[in-house]
Structures are given as structure tokens and as C-alpha cells.
Design a protein around this ligand. Sequence first.
Ligand code: FMN
Length: 329
Amino acid sequence: MKKNILQRIERKLFRKVLDKSECKNNFIYDFNTYFANCLDGNNGKDQILSHVMLSVHQLEKGMSFTKSARIFGEEKALSIVKNLRSFTKKYGNHQIVSLATNVLATYLSNPNSTKNEQSRNIIASYIEENKVMLGQYTIGTKVVKEPPAFDEQKINEFFFSRNSVREFSDEPITDKEIMKVMEFASCTPTACNRQTSRVHVYRDKALMNKLIENQLGNQNWCDNATAIFVITSNVSCFNSSYEHVQAFVDGGLYAMNFEWGLHLYHIASCYKMYVRLAEVDKEFHEISGIPDNEFPIVLILAGHYKKEPIISPKSARLPIEKGLNLFIH
Ligand SMILES: Cc1cc2nc3c(=O)[nH]c(=O)nc-3n(C[C@H](O)[C@H](O)[C@H](O)COP(=O)(O)O)c2cc1C
């Protein structure tokens, strides 16, 4: 009896040591991959673009403070010009280049833009050289007011009619449907509007099975799906250590809205947790062809509904209660 208890304590302690060491290895792996793909500047292309997006966002914010008479944005606008020039020289055109060029033009015509002649000339000559891009994006500011009354019942119906579904029909999900879902998910806010989320779609059964196998297996349902969406976040878009988990925040928010988009278009789905262990992650990147600077956030397994209803776990929600999940400070 005493021996049994001792053995159990020993096993528990051993498990704890193992868990601690595995956890440490994974944190080190995360640190190394984040550092290599973000802080160390390995991926020049994405990093330049994300700096541009950050500066564009700051210029747009400056433009939105209409009550302020403060001159703003000189440094940011010059940095955009510098980044755009070096980007296009190395990599050619890009949607963000067009977007930023439009923002520069709007900035320059803002009454509170820089009054420094030399800076204005630098910005103006860049715009002149790239004027073909003007008008391709509507940028600057927008008018925001309280939205009209919502039909509360219909909206509740929409949100509460989503359920995780783990059985699907054979009808494939089309590219057109995916585009519509992404259009919906583009409503997601992102840190400094950098839009770091990416969607990787897999519909080939053999490849899907390999991905599922890598992610610790089928769980008795995953192979029912006709598509796997891997939602990733590009860590090269972040540039400080204080943002080291921002990829998961931005990617998580995007993944939720992607799921709402699927629901809106009557596509059934269920998340599958992304198993982020060093060796598993390396292999996943190899199988999926996802670049190393994109961190997978979550998998979404999806398909069209079957004709007949299916049985799903109830997944009861906890009550909303002070002291349980509500803390009013
Ligand atoms: C990040 C995340 C990971 C999940 N991973 C799995 C999973 O690996 N397997 C699974 O069957 N369900 C998974 N789910 C689905 C949850 O079990 C489900 O969302 C929860 O029970 C609530 O049920 P509902 O989605 O039907 O409202 C996951 C959900 C989330 C948000």
C-alpha cells in the first residue's frame, strides 16, 4: 500500500519534470522562430510592407483628428516614401504600395500636413512618378456614426445558430464561396491595421489526411471534412518584443470572423486546435507549404451540411455571474 502511494508520487513528480522540460523547449522554439522571422529581420519583404502599413495607419489617424490644428506626419510620410522606393526596386509592385501611394497623396493635400518645403517636394515627386496608382484605393478617413437599429432577434438567431459541426456532405466548397467568406472576415480589426492573417486552403484528401495526421490525428471525425482552412498570422509584420503574442490575438480574431463568414454562407465547420510542439510545427510547415514566418493559429475543418440533422455535443455555457466570469472593478 505504502509502496503504491510512493510509486504514484514518483510518477507524478516525473511527469511534472517532463512537462516542465517540454514546456521550456516549446517556449525556446517559439522564441527562436519569432526572433528569426520577426525581430532578426529575415523576411525583408513582409517587414517593409508592415512598416508601410503602420505608417499609413498613423497618417490616417492624424487625418482623422480634425479638431487638432497640429502639423503631423512628416516623418511618417518620408519613411513611407523611402520604404516604397526600396520595396519596388527590390520586389516590384504590390497592393500595399498602391494603397500607401494613395494615402501619401491624400496626406499632402491635408491642411495639417508638413509645411517643410523639402519634405513636401520629396513626397510630391514620389506621387508624381507613381500617379497611375492614384484612385485605386479609397483611403484617408470615413464618417462614423451610431448604426441604425438592429433586429436583435434576427442577430441573436444568427449568432446562436452557429454550432461546431463534425459531419459534412460530399459537396465541395468552391473558390467563390471562400472569397465571399474572406470578404466577410475582412471586417476584422487588426493591430495598427496591419492585416497579418492569411488563409491556406486544402481540399486534396491525401494532403488533408497528412495534415490531420501531423496534428495528432483524426479524433474520429476530421476526415469527414471536405476542406481544411489553416488560419495563420505573419509574424514578420510585428516588430517589437512587446508584440510577441500579437500574432495569436490578430489571428484568433480573424479566425472567429472567418467562422462567422462560413456560417453566413451556410458552410458547416469546426475548429481544430493547432498543436504547436516544436517537431510537430516543423513538420506541419513542410507538409502544408506554409512559410516559416507564418504562425498557424488554428485549423478550421469544414464542409457543406448534410441533408439530415446530426447530433453534436451540447457544449453548455456557464452562466454569466459576478465572481465567476464577471469582475466589476
Ligand atoms: C481554438 C479552438 C480549438 C478547438 N479544437 C477542437 C478540436 O481539436 N476538436 C474538436 O472536436 N473541437 C474543437 N473545438 C471546438 C470546441 O469544442 C467547440 O467550439 C466548443 O465545444 C463550443 O461548442 P460550439 O462550437 O458548438 O458552440 C475547438 C474550438 C476552438 C475555439
